[in-house]
Design a protein around this ligand. Sequence first.
Ligand code: NAD
Length: 608
Amino acid sequence: MGKRTGGGGTGAGGMGTGMEGARERRVRTGGVELCVAELGDERQPTVVLVHGYPDSKEVWSEVASRLAARFHVVLYDVRGHGRSTAPVPLRGGFTLEKLTDDFLAVADAVSPDRPVHLVGHDWGSVQSWEFVTVRRTEGRIASFTSMSGPSLDHLGHWIRKRAARPTPRRVAQLLGQGARSWYVYMLHTPALPELAWRGPLGRRWPRLLERVEKMPGGDYPTASLPSDAAHGAWLYRDNVRFRLAHPRSDAYAHVPVQLITPTGDPFLSERLYDDLAAWAPHLVRRTLPARHWLPRTRPDQLAAWIGSFLTAHEQVSPSGGHRPASPSGAPGPYAERFGGQLVLVTGAASGIGRATAFAFAEAGARVVAVDRDGEGAARTAEMARLIGAPGAWAETVDVADEAAMEKLAEKVAGEYGVVDVLVNNAGIGLSGPFLDTTTDDWRRVLDVNLWGVVHGCRLFGRQMAERGQGGHIVNTASAAAYQPSRTLPAYATSKAAVLMLSECLRAELAGRGIGVSAVCPGIVNTNITATARFAGVSEEEEKRRRLRASKLYAMRNYPPEKVAQAILRAVLDDRAVVPVTPEARGARLLSRFMPGALRAIARLEPRL
Ligand code: NAD
């Protein structure tokens, strides 16, 4: 029997935030005793979460509690960590072969008859790569979600390939990853890491995580951290040098793999996964702007991605094999970036907003459809679910109403999490000469088109900033933002303000990894003309003009779906100003290079 660790944590049912109600058992294997916790209904598909270094199973508490409503969630302290015992002697006790024994013992104990889904972070992922690429686990694993932890075999080949044919790009990649691996070299020095972790580093680590990773405080890390970190150094010493020097040539994954890559990981370069498709034939890639400790900083996102991947791979095709990996059933060009993300769209009951909600749904995002037209928003949410959104909800809110927007922001954060992409799109049309436009007309158009955007940016932007993991805000402006017109003084002013607000905010939030884009469509075939106000004319004339404008817009026939695609692309490429439609692009060019021509056009009075 191995010796006890100086583990922290408390008994079953009180293991820290979000783990209340966890059932605990001990599994004996290879001279150690593993502490295993379970949440959720055992009849549901089992998902095993494997923690990394220097962590214990509590790193998963926020993700586990979210998954427990739908799955049988299993977590265990890796040998020598948390409340599992450590092998004696430590040297040679942490080989990947032994870690595979441990995993199989846990899987057999918690799900003897059905394969389990595997999720690994950091070293939990490194060892899980071993589990899913060795033959003896075949049939015991249904899927694997990997984050921030490559296979040592794949890494060995990655290094060899670059060292064998060193083009400047490859050398840069090698040096880039080499520089990020400083801590791996440190961990190979004898005794020093143990002294540091049991001394000052162990004491300072929680504060460091809070500061550098922007990790919310709370019950993590647990009190076992110094001994976890000291024991865990053997994970590196027992495996890294040997495997990198002798990588297995048959390390092919025999299960579908979902790779989640945080783009701001200070320890791992994104380039490490360039060749992964060759090793994992059923591969789905996800990226998100975040740092290393995703299980703590992005639990909503992870739970959504893990949940949809598991669900997709629980459904067995008629031939008995797995369905091709497509979380949320919606691959599409944007799935990798937006799948599982939380996207809020205002003005989502119609036109550009609805098309945008659908486009994000198709990419596998979770969607909150907001509109003052509640029925229309509900229809959008319903359709979004049918299209493939893993979650879609409708909220009835007037974006001009500050208090209602505040309530919305609170509710969304509480129920669905922090929004990853915000699309401030709700807007109304107002046409007519300045001298005929009343102050009430002005107020209404500014309240919706400008203040609605201000409220959205202020409330959801703050949440994004406080979360500290980036995000994106899209504001629907218009080509009218830079194209003056004698007939659109109020509308164009509101949109010019939105454009400038977007630019200023972009500058302010850049340092926080939050992008801001202003999308500027030209003439798009939506309902806007049917509801637009025409100032200075009789009611009858207003009706006639609405009809006439609607006909003209229909003849132009530029579909809102194309604007939606431009919005997704703007987020993907983090673009500042995005004119959509040829006339919008043309006007943008004129405004920069021939403003005089644009001014002349502004004097023309369109005949409606
Ligand atoms: P649309 O009328 O089809 O959709 C607008 C949606 O916003 C509607 O569902 C409406 O109920 C909602 N809405 C309006 N006021 C609201 C409020 N106060 N609170 C909540 N929801 C509200 O029009 P669209 O063309 O899809 O417009 C979307 C955005 O695109 C607007 O900001 C508009 O100014 C802008 N835009 C449209 C065009 C165009 O040609 N259609 C061109 C440039 C910019």
